[in-house]
Design a binder for this molecule. Structure first.
Ligand code: ADE
Ligand code: ZN
Length: 348
């Protein structure tokens, strides 16, 4: 029996506090984080002031009050508008650095980060300052905070496949910084099958593919992501729970699901955290990880996602250690680094 399971079984009154301590101490990987979604209102206002942009909100509180969404599209409209304050390399550096500091406080040892190139090229930015700002902060984060990283450009699925193909060509000078490519934005009506050619090209260049699927879209989109895009991970994937055959296929394949509980509640993909299928997916043998998605918009970074989910679903210390271990296993870290983090989790 390890320190935490021993402590928890002896004194149930301190369970909640001990679980919170365990959550913050567990080395964990965050595998589903849109860097543009970590833009806090305070930084949005500071950057708007710097670039002389006027925001349609009186202040930070008024902006935060607007973060009340009925669905994914309502959020995306605000998120794309918010990203317009990011204009130069320093902005992308500051954004990424702020995220890394929050991640460090939550015990994140490894972060695999998405960014949306088309959100920035569509408003006339070059990709150079975007990529360089993010990558410099990631290098500094590794040197100063010890957080290793991978970087994953995502294609916007509400745009055409040709736009994604053109964007892939524009990204080419920066390929050495990337570790895979993904698919995000408005899901329903934009199935993975729409992007078969661009992801075949990505795979032919030796990069793994990830895709948002089964967030709002049906289980069939998860099947398409598996069979047509040949993904290495599914982002969200929670609607797999509606299809027992698919759930057991995901479990058999140990296909990682990067689940984002607070996001799912905020975007009404689930009615409440208590109704979230995360534990059911775990119990079915799926490789489930906990992540924050767009933490500035959804009310919590990865630590808060673990804490709130633990309370709502009554997760145990063993469940938590299993989740942290799954985040490491599902990452694109090298085996030696994985083994080191897994041993540290085991020892807690
Ligand atoms: N882009 C940023 N956050 C997203 C989400 N939760 N789903 C799809 N696209 C996104
Ligand atoms: Zn996402």
């Amino acid at each position: 029996m390890t320190y935490f399971t021993d402590l928890l079984s002896k004194d149930r009154t301190s369970d909640a506090a001990a679980l919170d301590t365990l959550i913050s101490r567990m080395p964990k990987a965050e595998l589903h984080l849109h860097i543009e979604g970590s833009l806090e209102p305070e930084m949005m206002f500071a950057k708007a002031k710097k670039h002389d942009i006027s925001l349609p909100y009186a202040n930070v509180d008024a902006l935060r009050a607007a973060y009340d969404f009925d669905n994914l599209q309502q959020f995306l409209d605000l998120y794309y508008a918010g990203a317009d304050v990011l204009r130069d390399q320093d902005d992308f550096y500051d954004l990424t650095w702020a995220y890394l500091q929050r991640a460090k406080a939550d015990g994140v040892v490894h972060a695999e980060i998405f960014f949306d190139p088309q959100t920035h090229t569509a408003r006339g930015l070059d990709l150079e300052p975007v990529v360089e700002g993010i990558v410099q902060a990631l290098h500094d984060g590794e040197a100063e905070l010890g957080i290793t990283w991978r970087l994953i450009p995502n294609f916007l699925r509400h745009l055409t496949e040709q736009d994604a193909i053109d964007t892939l060509a524009e990204l080419e000078p920066h390929f050495s910084h990337f570790h895979g490519f993904g698919l995000d934005s408005s899901e329903v009506g934009h199935p993975p099958s729409k992007f078969q050619r661009v992801f075949a090209e990505v795979r032919s260049r030796g990069y793994p593919v990830v895709a948002h699927a089964g967030e709002e879209g049906p289980p069939a989109y998860i099947v398409e992501a598996l069979d047509l895009l040949h993904v290495a991970r599914i982002d969200h994937g929670i609607r797999a729970i509606e299809d027992a055959g698919l759930t057991s296929r995901l479990a058999r394949a140990q296909m990682p699901l990067t689940v984002c509980p607070l996001s799912n509640v905020k975007l009404c993909a689930v009615p409440s955290l208590a109704a979230h299928p995360l534990k059911k997916l775990m119990d079915a043998g799926c490789l489930v990880t906990i992540n924050s998605d767009d933490p500035a918009y959804f009310g919590g970074y990865v630590g808060e996602n673990y804490r709130a989910t633990t309370r709502a679903l009554n997760l145990s210390a063993d469940d938590l250690k299993k989740l942290a271990a799954m985040s490491i296993r599902a990452s694109w870290l090298h085996d030696v680094q994985k083994a080191r983090h897994l041993a540290a989790i085991d020892a807690l």
